[in-house]
Design a protein around this ligand. Structure first.
Ligand SMILES: Cc1ncc(C[n+]2csc(CCOP(=O)(O)OP(=O)(O)O)c2C)c(N)n1
Ligand SMILES: [Mg+2]
Length: 1004
């Protein structure tokens, strides 16, 4: 007997929209199974079936308005009795899957449901009946033994096909539809109606903030279109998934897409964390209280956690963050609380090599604590990301190919019914064949255009939408804008085990901006909305502002007792607090007792060693300090042997999440390659960007994990700042603490390696990072003093600075530390040696790194052969001296009436005699930095020009920084100052066979 299913009493609501139709004619339903979902102003509701039976006639479609008593469908009760068998099979299937998973390592969580969509006939099919039999067999296995068994059989068949030499289809991509079938989507427990309102207010306030700033000055700018496309992706996370850090839980870590920052501010405003005055200060950061353009922890240290706006850095830093969290867990330093790292990215951003460059590592390390959400709005700044292709499919292939769990969220709920209704398979075919350039146009040009260009290609599809108005077609939404689909994807992602997950969410750039910028090529830079646009935007999302308020571009915030504000706060309260929020409760690490470094303060006597070797010894000593040792994180990109660090392999082990599954080839050796689940060394392989990202993760552990760590990343100095300068900048912004060691440093010291290896400028690159403190020490005791001071400043006193220290591979003996030079070593220079032999005149010789040794030798020659006295200064940091000089000079300029302050350089040199000759293994600009602060004649020698392979001796001669050149140039300088006769200098030039006609090395 047929029975109507109608809308029951739904209170005062009338004309409520149907947002989901959950059944189709022929479906068998049980009593209380949901039939449709309706969404009122207050909430969304599922309407249950009053009885069991078969759906006969569906009377509504998505978008229809219904009220109490409206008929939704009819149901034939008689069928109910006939269906238990099918239901039983399904139940058994689910139970069986629970009991005996038949595959191992299947990455795809959707095992229970067979994804059914029709397929059009193909002219390649020479025997459709046989094809059908194969498909039926597969269906029957799925039904009787479950999907894991079906996957197993298919894999076997594929293996067999390979063995038989068949050419198999590319299986990296799946059809252009949602990965999660609508039948098994987990429903959001949220109140959709309230969430929709909250989202509307956030959208409005974000846009208003940008428009207002831009009205103040067109210099200020901002972005509306990006957050407009991502609002739902963020909102669902904020309302339901992201757990904040508090005293009970470490917190999920969220990398927000940089230029979606306005949306985060807009939410924080509703949460009461930011005031409207602060929103008015968007991008006006010079006076206090302004909001930074993008996520910058340096500028908003209590708010932003991760600097992401330089495209590509977010993804690689996020991956290594997830890996570092596993490292801390596996080393027993933090609890495994199931914390997740979420990384939000743009589809255009995926062009960056850093974005995809480390996805293999994420899969290999089984980072199931990592979730990428890529906002595929199909556009970047200038236009389409892949106009001629499909970015979602391309990314699916890349991520699946490396072993990620891929969840595509392409179509919104409004499409579900159409997909279900299409019996021809042409709808999926059409979805597959359209390219992104077309999809972009569909959303820019309206419903009629979509009917014509998308559905219009096939008569069957035209027919499929014949009863829909253009408006209905326009409403067919994209997955990333549908909170139900997004919720289901997030829910599935957090359950997933064994591999990282990427969610590819299709959205519309400038969603809701209408003609002023929805899905247009110019959307990215749209920062102005005129009155008409603003009124449209308000109406589009139903923001309760009057026309006047809109014209004044007022923010909208309902009062504190409103259900929206209560709801929003309640959701965050349940999830542990607000996000983003940056804090640190890490305990300081006490610097080790001085005697750990004492041996390095003595002369090494006859024993020669490099500063690299000395450093490694110091690290070994530090590893003996029980308190500090576990916190050291040595990071090496496949150069441990180059730097003599292979002893660490056995001592502290190489971190490997799977331990060591093999007996290493060198197992009998002392420094055998030992991988261990609780290993301490991060042996990164050949990836400087990856190693740098690891270093940043460890260096910010004090805030992200409340655990102070001491990362020491050792690399070829040429492949440091030059290679990963932007990450170093981000490290400064992140306030990372730790040591970067530029090893094999110096343009002439590395000798045989040639142009691409020999570094003559890394210090200059480092000098530009405001909170990077850098040193170029020569002797072991200098290294020891600097290292100790660094640990104290960063990890005991918690200064937000990081260290760059160069270490060399040239072996020489090291003198005992001269008395009282600690302060000078740290400030940047100290008097190393005086040669006062009552010579005819005097010179001040300044040197750093290994070239200091050439200076020391030159001083001897000058004294012995030419009767010239000298003071020899070891300059540990031209960079630090320059900083002090700049500050002092500025103070003096600001205080013209006051007694002049002296820079440290001036204090050191003012009472000394003679001109200054400064030399280093870096370009002249390095030592030139202190030229303005000496008030003396200043001559610099350095290694300007491209490096080349040769012996150290020949290279130093070529770059004119060897002792002979230093002597000859010093004599020339003294002659120029009229302190000696010029013929003495001429004689020396001849003696050392210095070719006056040789071109400047920079030109060679
Ligand atoms: C390394 C780097 N290069 C260029 C930019 C400038 N830029 C900012 S946003 C953007 C387009 C981003 O497109 P997409 O990643 O698709 O993000 P959407 O705004 O579409 O979400 C560009 C080129 C940048 N921020 N970083
Ligand atoms: Mg984009």
């Amino acid at each position: 007997m047929a029975q109507n299913i109608s809308v029951p009493d739904i209170g005062d609501f009338k004309d409520v929209e149907v947002i989901e139709v959950l059944v189709k004619p022929g479906d068998t339903v049980s009593k209380n199974d949901p039939i449709v979902t309706i969404e009122s102003d207050k909430s969304s509701l599922e309407i249950p079936s009053p009885a069991s039976g078969e759906i006969k006639d569906l009377k509504v479609k998505i978008g229809d308005k219904v009220s109490e008593g409206s008929i939704l469908a009819t149901i034939e009760n008689r069928q109910a009795a006939q269906s238990p068998k099918k239901e039983e099979i399904k139940k058994k299937e689910i139970e069986e899957i629970k009991e005996k998973p038949k595959t191992n390592g299947d990455l795809h969580p959707f095992k229970e449901v067979k994804k059914v969509f029709a397929e059009p006939a193909s002219k390649d099919d020479i025997d459709p009946i046989e094809t059908n039999e194969w498909i039926e067999s597969l269906n029957s296995v799925i039904e009787n033994d479950g999907s894991p068994r079906a996957s197993y059989l298919l894999n076997k068949v594929i293996d067999q096909a390979y063995k038989s030499g068949l050419v198999l289809p590319d299986t990296r991509t799946t059809p252009y539809i949602n990965t999660i079938p609508s039948e098994i989507e987990v429903k959001s427990p949220g109140d959709q109606n309230i969430e929709k309102k909250i989202r509307a207010y956030i959208r409005w306030n974000a846009a208003a903030m940008v428009v207002k700033a831009n009205k103040k000055s067109s210099e200020l700018g901002g972005h509306i279109g990006t957050f407009a496309s991502a609002a739902t992706l963020y909102d669902v996370g904020m309302n339901h998934f992201w757990r904040a850090k508090n005293n009970k839980f470490g917190g999920d870590l969220i990398y927000f897409q940089g230029h979606s920052a306005p949306g985060m501010y807009a939410r924080a405003f509703l949460e009461g964390r930011l005031t409207s005055k602060q929103l008015d200060g968007f991008r006006q950061e010079v006076s206090k209280g302004g909001l930074s353009s993008y996520p910058h922890p340096w500028l908003m240290p209590n708010f932003w956690q991760f600097p992401t706006v330089s495209m590509g850095l977010g993804p690689i830093m996020g991956i290594y963050q997830a890996r570092f969290l596993k490292y801390l867990i596996n080393r027993g330093l933090v609890k495994d609380e199931g914390r997740k790292i979420w990384v939000f990215l743009g589809d255009g951003e995926m062009d960056e090599p850093e974005s995809l460059g480390a996805i293999g590592l994420a899969a290999r390390e089984k980072l199931d604590n990592l979730i990428f959400v890529i906002n595929c709005n199909l556009q970047r700044l200038d236009g389409p990301v892949r106009g001629n292709g499909k970015i979602i499919q391309e990314l699916e292939g890349s991520f699946r190919g490396t072993g990620w769990n891929v969840i595509k969220v392409i179509w919104g709920s409004y499409w579900d019914q159409l997909l279900a209704k299409d019996k021809t398979g042409l709808l999926v075919k059409r979805m597959n064949e359209c390219v992104d350039g077309e999809y972009q146009a569909f959303k820019a040009k309206g419903g009629a255009y979509v009917r014509n260009k998308f559905f219009g290609k096939y008569n069957e599809l035209k027919e499929l939408v014949s009863s829909m108005t253009d408006k209905d077609i326009w409403k067919l939404n994209r997955g990333g804008h549908d909170p139900h689909k997004v919720y289901a994807a997030y829910h599935s992602a957090i359950q997933h085990k064994g591999s990282p997950t990427v969610i590819l969410a299709k959205t519309i750039k400038g969603y809701g901006m209408g003609k002023s910028g929805e899905s247009m090529n110019t959307t990215h830079q749209q920062k102005k909305l005129d009155e008409k646009d603003l009124l449209y935007y308000r109406d589009r999302f139903g923001v309760p502002l009057t026309d006047k308020q809109v014209k004044n571009i007022e923010y909208f915030k309902p009062n504190e007792n409103s259900e929206e504000i209560k709801y929003l706060k309640d959701k965050r309260l349940k999830l542990g607090g607000f996000i983003p929020e940056r804090s640190s409760f890490a305990k300081a690490i006490k610097v080790p007792p001085k005697d750990i470094f004492e041996p390095f303060m003595e002369s090494t006597g006859e024993k020669e060693m490099s500063t690299t070797m000395a450093l490694v010894r110091m690290l070994t000593a530090l590893l003996r300090d029980k308190n500090l040792s576990p916190r050291l994180v040595p990071i090496i990109p496949d150069e441990a042997r180059t730097f003599g660090m292979e002893g660490f392999f056995q001592k502290i082990g190489i971190y490997a999440h799977e331990g060591q599954k093999y007996e290493p080839v060198d197992s009998e050796q002392l420094s055998s390659y030992r991988e261990d689940k609780s290993g301490q060394v991060l042996e990164e392989g050949i990836t400087e960007s990856g190693a740098m990202s690891s270093w940043i993760a460890a260096g910010t552990s004090y805030t992200n994990h409340d655990l102070e760590m001491i990362p020491i990343y050792i690399f070829y100095s040429m492949f440091g700042f030059q290679r990963v300068g932007d990450l170093a900048w981000a490290a400064g912004d992140s306030q990372a603490r730790g040591f970067l060691i530029g090893a094999t440093a110096g343009r002439t010291t590395l000798a045989g390696e040639g142009l691409q290896h020999q570094d003559g400028h890394s210090h200059l690159l480092a000098s530009n990072i405001p909170n990077c403190v850098s040193y170029d020490p020569t002797f072991a005791y200098e290294m020891g003093v600097i290292l100790r001071d660094g640990i104290k400043r960063m990890h005991e006193k918690k200064e937000n600075i990081f260290y760059y220290i160069t270490a060399m591979n040239e072996n020489y003996s090291h003198p005992k530390k001269p008395k009282g030079c600690d302060d000078g070593i740290i400030k940047g220079m100290y008097l190393f040696q005086q040669n006062n032999n009552k010579g005819k005149t005097k010179v001040q010789l300044l040197g750093s790194g290994t070239i200091l040794r050439e200076i020391i030798s030159a001083a001897k020659i000058l004294s012995k052969d030419y009767g010239i006295d000298s003071d020899v200064w070891s300059v540990t940091s031209f960079n630090e001296l320059r900083r002090d000089g700049m500050e002092t000079e500025r103070w003096n300029l600001l205080n013209p009436d006051a007694k002049r302050k002296k820079s440290y350089v001036q204090k050191c040199l003012e009472k000394t005699d003679g001109p200054i000759i400064a030399a280093s293994d870096y370009t002249r600009s390095f030592s030139d930095q202190i030229r303005p602060y000496t008030e003396k004649s200043f001559y610099s020698l350095g290694t300007d020009g491209y490096g080349r392979s040769d012996t150290r001796k020949n290279l130093r001669k070529f770059f004119e920084v060897d002792k002979e050149h230093i002597v000859a140039y010093t004599l020339s300088a003294l002659a120029k100052e009229q302190l000696i006769a010029s013929k003495e200098a001429e004689k020396a030039l001849k003696k050392y066979k210095i070719d006056k006609n040789k071109d400047f090395p920079s030109n060679l």
